[in-house]
Design a protein around this ligand. Structure first.
Ligand SMILES: N[C@@H](CCC(=O)N[C@@H](CS)C(=O)NCC(=O)O)C(=O)O
Length: 213
């Protein structure tokens, strides 16, 4: 298997965590976002969306969209599971994942930040206002969801490490990189700390990646 990844990409980090957690070996293929390698013709052949990550299996089949990829991996390699068994539990971990993957991440994606700068907003406005604003909106909503649902424990779903944690951890790493204030989200941070202590996270986090700069 090959994983097309960029060290700072939180969606690539999701895949790195999931693959490491399941003990699945892969060859990394580094795609530099600053160098626009995700828009290069040879990469667009693999992923016409021009985004990382992409996973290519031994038969040459290409998989994209991180949350769909993780659920696919969980179907094909069920142990250890990243999806719970029950219907309600599945809804819950997908809901947490989608707060992050559908509501937080897209607003602060590279191409969105670049486009804002095209409107004349400078780095201070984009990195110091827009970015932390949407992190705060997202984590405020996630914190109240976790508290209201009363299902979190060590991880988002009690003692089971799931796709919800796989999405939450990289989002917190990104927020820390942008110096966002995370004190108002104690439940988010508690499950983050537990997840960040796992080997599957420690050996895949951005600073451990060969393409980091
Ligand atoms: N929904 C996609 C999002 C993928 C995505 O947006 N990846 C980012 C890096 S985290 C990217 O490639 N951004 C390039 C850009 O915005 O130009 C997924 O979950 O895989």
């Amino acid at each position: 298997m090959q994983l097309y990844t960029f060290f700072r990409s939180s969606t690539s980090f999701r895949l790195r965590i999931a693959l490491a957690y399941k003990g699945l070996a892969y060859e990394p293929r580094f795609v530099s976002l600053p160098k626009m390698e995700h828009q290069a013709p040879d990469y667009l052949v693999k992923n016409p969306q021009g985004l990382v990550p992409a996973l290519v299996d031994d038969a040459g089949r290409v998989f994209t969209q991180s949350m769909a990829m993780i659920e696919y991996l969980d179907d094909v390699h069920p142990e250890p599971p990243l999806m719970p068994k029950g219907a309600e539990e599945k809804w819950y971990v997908r809901a947490v994942s989608q707060i992050i993957g559908c509501e937080m991440h897209p607003l602060n994606n590279v191409r969105v930040l670049k486009y804002l700068k095209g409107y004349g907003l400078d780095d201070a406005k984009v990195n110091g206002d827009w970015y932390p604003h949407w992190v705060a909106e997202g984590f405020k909503s996630l914190e109240s969801f976790l508290v209201t649902e009363k299902r979190s424990g060590k991880y988002c779903l009690g003692l089971q490490f799931t796709i919800a944690d796989v999405c939450l951890i990289p989002q917190v790493f990104n927020a820390q990189r942008y110096n966002c204030d995370l004190k108002p989200y104690p439940t988010v941070m508690k499950v983050f700390e537990a997840g960040a202590a796992l080997d599957a996270v420690k050996k895949t986090e951005p600073s451990t990646q060969p393409d980091k700069f």
